[in-house]
Design a protein around this ligand. Structure first.
Ligand SMILES: CC(C)(COP(=O)(O)OP(=O)(O)OC[C@H]1O[C@@H](n2cnc3c(N)ncnc32)[C@H](O)[C@@H]1OP(=O)(O)O)[C@@H](O)C(=O)NCCC(=O)NCCS
Length: 189
């Protein structure tokens, strides 16, 4: 992950009303805000586990938080998205990432911040050579980015009735999806 040390970056004027999206700072100064925002964003979400903030901490502690982007508005962190490596069984030799948690503070939802975070993360994954990404979530939210369920690409331990919520997106410009079972980092446990 790149380090941004410019203390003024949090107050860079927004472009077209959108927040600034930057990597989480490596000095730890964003951790508290990310934790609080994630807890607040998921507090009223039905089916949320309530452990989303802890998952991000566990990924970071395990050195598995490969990408961690924050959305900043007027100096305040209002959104966050994480990505970590996932493993495929059987392996396909590629680099696949699991996206999530994705959070926008309730006061700032519906203003394009979540979409902006997702687009920035997908661009970053492409630039750094990812084969593809997977996520678990509402297809009506993620189809706009190209995510879709793919028969044969399944998530380990997922109940069959939730299969349509597990979606993948190739990012390497090739076509077709591997037949494989995807496992997230143990930090998600
Ligand atoms: C989901 C979330 C990150 C979206 O962020 P956001 O900044 O509000 O999203 P945007 O403003 O970019 O809106 C994107 C679109 O997604 C839709 N959307 C927002 N939340 C949605 C949800 N939970 N399910 C389906 N669609 C959703 C919006 O209506 C909008 O659609 P439109 O462009 O057709 O009007 C945010 O609502 C959030 O933090 N929710 C609580 C945590 C959560 O559910 N995270 C996702 C877990 S899978």
């Amino acid at each position: 992950m790149n380090t941004i040390t410019d203390a003024t970056s949090a107050t860079v004027p927004t472009r077209q009303g959108l927040p600034v999206i930057r990597p989480e700072r490596v000095d730890g100064s964003d951790i508290g805000a990310i934790r609080a925002l994630t807890a607040e964003a998921f507090a009223k979400v039905e089916h949320a586990s309530g452990t989303e903030a802890k998952i991000i901490d566990a990924l970071r502690d395990a050195g598995e938080l490969r990408y961690s982007l924050v959305a900043v508005r007027a100096g305040r962190i209002v959104g966050h998205v994480a990505a970590s490596r996932v493993t495929l069984d059987p392996p396909d030799g590629g680099w696949w990432y699991g996206i999530g948690p994705l959070s926008v503070h309730p006061d700032f939802q519906g203003q394009g911040t979540g979409s902006g975070l997702m687009r920035a993360l997908l661009d970053l994954l492409i630039v750094y050579g990812a084969t593809g990404a997977v996520l678990l979530g509402d297809p009506s939210l993620y189809a706009r980015f190209g995510f879709a369920p793919h028969e044969g690409l399944t998530m380990a331990g997922l109940a069959p009735e939730q299969a349509s919520y597990f979606q993948g997106l190739r990012l390497d410009g090739t076509v077709g999806y591997p037949e494989a079972t995807v496992s997230y980092s143990p930090a998600f446990d």
